[in-house]
Design a protein around this ligand. Sequence first.
Ligand SMILES: Nc1ncnc2c1ncn2[C@@H]1O[C@H](COP(=O)(O)OP(=O)(O)O)[C@@H](O)[C@H]1O
Ligand SMILES: [Mg+2]
Length: 322
Amino acid sequence: MSWLKGWVTPGDLRAAGVLGMNERNYGYILKENKRRNFKNVDDKLITKQLAHRFGVSSPGFIGLISCQYEIRKFEELVAGRNEFVIKPTRGSGGRGIVVIKGRSDSGGYIGSNGKVVPLSYIREHLSNILSGLYSLGGAPDKALIEECVEFTDAFDGFSYQGVPDVRIIVFRGYPVMAMMRLSTAASGGRANLHQGAVGVGISLSSGRARRAVMNGRIVEKHPDTGRDLCKELVVPRWREHLNIAAGGYEMTGLGYFGADIVLDRKRGPMLLELNARPGLAIQIANGEGLGRRLERLKSGISGLELSPAERVDFSLKLFSSD
Ligand SMILES: Nc1ncnc2c1ncn2[C@@H]1O[C@H](COP(=O)(O)OP(=O)(O)O)[C@@H](O)[C@H]1O
Ligand SMILES: [Mg+2]
């Protein structure tokens, strides 16, 4: 794919079916997504409630702290639990998320990095979340407390520190393209491609890695662990990942979104969040443009009402050669 290596003209990109920012914003995000449905994904509490209602697996709900006064009930909410996650309902980019993995002898908690997190810190953190420190536009927010995902060890050696997740783009309920994001030492354990994480294009039909890219360049091995990314990486329970992603359509009414899915060792694939404005780097990871796939879907899908599983079947057939 020459367009990934050297300088190319916009015409080259169009010929490769690459979706540009404007086309994504106007042709898909705004055209396919009704304004009133954005809240279904911009607020993680609403997304979680919808997932529950539509039978889509997601981390269990523990509690909600919605005003300063309620901070005092935090300990009661997590009583008897050693693991949980605190997150702003309108956060993004991992900001404001605290993962607790245990309790310390001093009455505090233990964070995912093994360090003690005093109760006083958590109270202050909750207060910061409520005041909107981590949230879209800095507006006042709520703190969601949910169960901790017990991440599978199927991806051991494919990620440095951070937790790998799968991103699947869904158009009118049909899976279109998939990638995995693997954190690296350079990305500081975060799975953000702009910060130097590895993006792996995942075959929609098989769940196998197609190719891997870091900082816009193709890589064969994970830079920190040395594991071969393309030959060995395959997502277990792939079909369930696709079903969850497709089910996000009924949940939200959005015609274009990205579903972020993580794999729990006991509960299987779970929906972590949905994004109505998914990035375009998935095209680089796959070495293929979204535009052509979206056009194929547009002309292929009929007006028939299909179930999520039937739509997955359709996509699997349409994109069987990836
Ligand atoms: N329930 C959870 N259990 C374990 N880790 C979690 C959980 N929720 C979030 N995380 C961690 O935080 C990261 C970001 O979470 P996410 O819900 O996607 O929020 P954001 O919108 O900020 O990206 C995840 O990739 C994961 O590493
Ligand atoms: Mg996320």
